[in-house]
Each structure stands twice: as C-alpha cells, then as structure tokens.
Design a protein around this ligand. Structure first.
Ligand code: PGA
Length: 254
C-alpha cells in the first residue's frame, strides 16, 4: 500500500441481496463509517441494480460510495434489460464494475466491449472498475503476465486517470474458491500492471491509479494482502455480504 493512494475496499454483492437483507447490511456499514470517520480507507458497495436506489438512500450523507456491477456501452436506446452508465449516475452511483470475469464468461464480453463500457462509464462521470485476471488454464500454462498485460491494453481506455479508473486484478480461479495466489505472485502481477499503465498512460497515472486485488479476500488474509506495495485495496465478493467481515477487511488497511 502506498501513502499516495488511499486504500479502496470495494464490495461486489453480485446477484445477492433482497430488501430484507441488503438494507440492514448497508445500514450496518453506514453506521460503522459514520462512527469511524475519518477512516483511513474509502469504501464502496456494488449491490445488484434492483437495490441501488435503496442502498443509496441509506448511504446518503455517509462516506460510503455506491456503484453498479455493469453498464451498457450506449447512453440510451433499444437495449432491453440493460442499464446505462448515465442511469447509474442518475441513481447516485459514483463507480461501476466492468469486465468482471463472470460478465466475460457468462456474457462473452471481450476486451473491446469492456473498454467501450469503461468509456461509457467515464463519459457519464463514473469511475470504472476494470477487472482483469487469468483463468486457471492460463496460469498453468505460465502465461498469467501476458494475459493480464493484454487485458489491460485492451480494456483500459486511453483517457484513463486516477479520477476515472480503478483496475482490479482478479485471478478467475481465485474467485469464490478460497484459494489465492501467493503474496509474491500478487505483488509481481500488480507491479507488472503498474508498469503496463506507465507504458500506456504515463508516469502520473501509473503512480496514482488504484490497483485492487480480488479473489477470496477475507479477514484472515487481508492484512497480508493489503500490505503489498502495489495493492491499493480489495474487490471483495463473498465476504462483502457480511458487514463484520467486510469491515474487518477494510480495517486491515488502517
Ligand atoms: P470472492 O469474489 O471475494 O467471493 O472471491 C471476488 C469477486 O468476484 O469480485
């Protein structure tokens, strides 16, 4: 973690959360944020689209940020069932996740689509959380670095800066499995990512853009993972559904 980049702890609730569970969950986090203020980290929750409005209502007047889990690349139009970045902004979101591996797998989203969505997010005034990460087969072939570098080159828009993009490294095989790469492996990938951003966007962006790690982050490994030099926070799935676990992960950044 660096002094320059304030840690960001982001929760991806995925397709979880009905009013009965989501409102108390965000309520607990909002209370903790207010009680702990000023915190030494930023906190973001990304509920399913159906819960964003209610979650924003609870998070209002706290430092808890709210984001979407995906957006369409177009501003508006004939795209039944889709949600635009502008709509998320209109609801009170400040972030949106794009290119999560579950979107890449379930919906066949390739780098060019992810980049177009990130550009739409940026154009709407949102911070795009662009996800990258290798599959287990790619890791076994020893091509993790090449795969992640190519995803960054293909998915991160050319006009990106610390104010409109965050990049999250999430090895696909570590998501929801309880397995993680070693700390050295994570740091090596993150250092490469920062180098790639330097090459693509320049030194200021490389120094200031947040790089999150995601994939089986939990309270028991958070202190070690959040202590790595080029890890600026976490994208948390399963553990973000427990306010105690999510808060414990955030406190690992203190
Ligand atoms: P996990 O998910 O923390 O449950 O592994 C991370 C993610 O998919 O963002």
């Amino acid at each position: 973690m660096s002094v320059q980049r304030r840690p960001l702890i982001a929760g991806n609730w995925k397709m979880n959360g009905l009013r009965e569970t989501a409102i108390p969950l965000v309520g607990e986090l909002a209370t903790k944020m207010n009680t702990a203020a000023p915190t030494s980290f930023d906190m973001l929750v990304c509920p399913p689209a159906t819960m964003i409005d209610a979650v924003v209502d609870v998070a209002y007047e706290t430092d808890l940020a709210v984001g979407g889990q995906d957006c369409h690349m177009a501003e508006s139009g004939a795209h039944t069932g889709d949600i635009s970045a502008q709509m998320l902004k209109d609801l009170g979101c400040s972030y949106v996740i794009v290119g999560h591996s579950e979107r890449r797998t379930d919906h066949g989203e390739m780098d060019d689509v992810v980049r177009a969505k990130a550009e739409a997010a940026q154009a709407a005034g949102l911070i795009a959380v662009v996800c990258v990460g290798e599959t287990e087969a790619e890791r076994d072939k020893g091509i993790t670095i090449d795969v992640v570098a190519a995803q960054i080159a293909g998915s991160v828009p050319p006009d990106s800066n610390a104010g409109n993009v965050v990049v999250a490294y999430e090895p696909v095989w570590a998501i929801g499995t309880g397995r993680t790469p070693t700390s050295d492996e994570i740091q090596d990938v993150h250092a490469m990512m920062r180098g790639k951003i330097l090459e693509l966007l320049g030194a200021d962006e490389a120094a200031s853009i947040h790089l999150l790690y995601g994939g089986s982050v939990k309270p028991s490994n958070a202190v070690e993972l959040m202590g790595l030099a080029d890890v600026d926070g976490a994208l948390v799935g399963g553990a973000s559904l427990s306010h105690d676990d999510f808060w414990a992960i955030a406190e690992a950044c203190s």
